[in-house]
Write a protein that binds this ligand. Structure first.
Ligand SMILES: Cc1cc2nc3c(=O)[nH]c(=O)nc-3n(C[C@H](O)[C@H](O)[C@H](O)COP(=O)(O)OP(=O)(O)OC[C@H]3O[C@@H](n4cnc5c(N)ncnc54)[C@H](O)[C@@H]3O)c2cc1C
Length: 481
């Protein structure tokens, strides 16, 4: 059988490609090498706890690319819980991570002098950015004075690790401004329609809303419906909130995956445990793939690592292969701990960072939805960026020791331990790291995923890449309608 489109990979990027292209009238085959679909966007059960594939904050839900895709292509959307706050834990303090000038001034975890320097630095960077200066090649390290205390350097480094996966030497000032929501990128419905044409918008409904009574706190979309007038960048200096328009899907990360699956039309076929080994080309054009069988199509979209493309197809120019090779990545370790009781230390909604020695980012996800842990118990995920040059065993041991130091007494409440190692994004946004384009040198062979767009992060970035892909496919005359 011949398909209009074959998609390699059933992570969130591949499934969003399948959903959008099928809604444009294409017959789609998705081939996934793993036993399950979802890639890095999923949840599963471990000893009665429902863990996600890493702690997740879904960003830009107000006007970002995922919102555009949900509005235009989803039949059902998840219920997003308000994300809450970002906190910093130290041996002595537990306080909100500052995301505007006022909060920086009162952030006692760092020396006062350093806080003033950082506040001035942010004001200057935002001013330059507002007047059009490109700060994407300027490192955070080069921008800050070398007189900052070790604590402040550790704090800034930890923020950089969680926003770009790299230290402040490799993280750009632009990344900090966007990651902390001082500069907000967006795609409005009008912009989207300019690129894609006008849509008959479906009335999406939340599949969970009718089934589950309202939880402890207001779902994000009801809060968003009363959203105020957008602020200018300068207005944000005073009132910015890093967690603004972020959410966590009720019933866990897999709720997002499930709403994509429930929105897929019958014209999408998905096969798991089916690795694509080769992309077949003829006269410089992609015509199908070799997996457990040979499948033919008019178009192929690869959503695995762009770096792996040269192993899957011939005819790529050496300069293109070199560029793919320069895509930078980082490795993460998540430790999920099932606790035999709800601990006072984790009695908040949101997440926390620990910034000394081996930084972590932790989220007690059962606080959003108590069904993610057995009754009366708690589930917390701790994510670390790990050094690929060290053994995984050594990094895991170091991570446990860090958790035990940060939260004294936690050991005696642990009844479930689970570790995950992965690559959070296929391309890290570093100063010199490269990203691939959604178009490849081979006609009708496209790429999508987190190594084809450097805006935002994770799932939001995957959604950006799918919108760019749709634009390219349309421009190339390959979109059915
Ligand atoms: C610890 C951690 C924390 C995170 N935190 C956040 C967060 O807070 N917010 C956020 O938005 N995102 C976060 N993310 C990232 C986010 O989950 C991912 O960026 C996103 O899910 C990636 O989707 P993708 O489809 O592009 O890639 P993937 O999920 O990697 O999917 C690619 C799929 O392609 C398949 N594949 C590859 N090669 C082949 C082949 N040859 N044949 C067949 N199949 C193939 C793979 O098996 C995989 O299923 C986090 C990730 C981690 C690990």
């Amino acid at each position: 059988m011949k398909y209009d489109v074959i998609i390699v990979g059933a992570g969130v990027s591949g499934l969003l490609c399948a959903l959008t292209l099928s809604k444009h009238g294409n017959k789609v085959l998705v081939l996934e090498k793993g036993m399950t679909i979802g890639g890095q966007c999923n949840s599963y059960n471990v000893d009665g706890y429902q863990v996600d594939t890493g702690p997740h904050a879904i960003t830009h839900l107000e006007v970002g690319p995922l919102k555009r895709l949900m509005d235009n292509y989803f039949d059902y959307v998840p219920v997003f819980e308000n994300y809450g706050n970002y906190f910093a834990r130290t041996e002595k303090n537990f306080m909100v991570v500052p995301s505007n000038l006022k909060e920086f001034i009162t952030f006692d975890a760092l020396p006062k002098r350093d806080r003033l320097i950082i506040a001035q630095g942010i004001t200057k960077a935002l001013t330059l950015s507002t007047f059009g200066m490109d700060l994407s090649k300027q490192s955070v390290y080069d921008t800050l004075p070398k007189t900052l205390s070790n604590d402040t350097c550790d704090f800034v480094n930890a923020i950089c690790y969680f926003l770009s996966g790299k230290s402040m030497k490799e993280t750009s000032v632009h990344r900090i401004l966007t990651g902390s929501a001082f500069v907000r990128d967006s795609i409005t419905q009008e912009q989207f329609e300019m690129d894609m044409g006008k849509f008959e918008r479906k009335q999406t409904e939340s599949i969970l809303q009718s089934l589950i009574p309202s939880n402890l706190h207001k779902p994000l979309h009801s809060r968003m419906s009363t959203f105020s007038v957008p602020l200018t960048s300068f207005g944000r200096l005073a009132t910015n909130q890093a967690s603004c328009s972020q959410g966590y899907p009720r019933q866990g990360l897999k709720a997002l995956l499930n709403t994509i699956l429930q929105s897929l039309p019958d014209s999408v076929e998905i096969m798991t445990e089916n690795r694509v080994n080769r992309i077949i080309t003829e006269n410089g054009k992609a015509i199908g793939v070799e997996a457990d069988d040979t499948y033919h199509s008019n178009m192929v979209i690869h959503t695995g690592f762009a770096k792996h493309l040269p192993k899957m197809t011939e005819q790529l120019p050496a300069s293109y292969i070199q560029e793919l090779d320069e895509i930078d990545q980082t490795k993460s370790l998540t430790i999920w701990l099932g606790l035999d009781q709800v601990m006072e230390e984790f009695s908040y909604i949101g997440s926390e960072i620990w910034f000394k020695d081996f930084p972590y980012w932790a989220m007690p996800i059962s606080n959003y939805d108590s069904s993610l842990a057995p009754k009366g118990k708690q589930l917390v995920g701790f994510a670390f960026i790990i050094d690929s040059n060290n053994s995984e065993k050594a990094e895991i041991e170091k991570a446990y020791n860090t958790i035990y130091r940060a939260v004294p007494g936690i050991e005696k409440h642990i009844e479930m331990k689970h570790e995950q190692i992965g690559v959070p994004e296929k391309g890290a946004v570093t100063i010199n790291g490269k990203f691939a384009n959604v178009r490849t040198p081979i006609k009708n062979l496209y790429l999508a995923g987190t190594d084809t767009d450097n805006r935002s992060m994770g799932i939001t970035r995957a959604a950006y890449s799918v919108i760019e892909l749709l634009k390219a496919v349309k421009e190339d005359g390959n979109l059915n309608n």
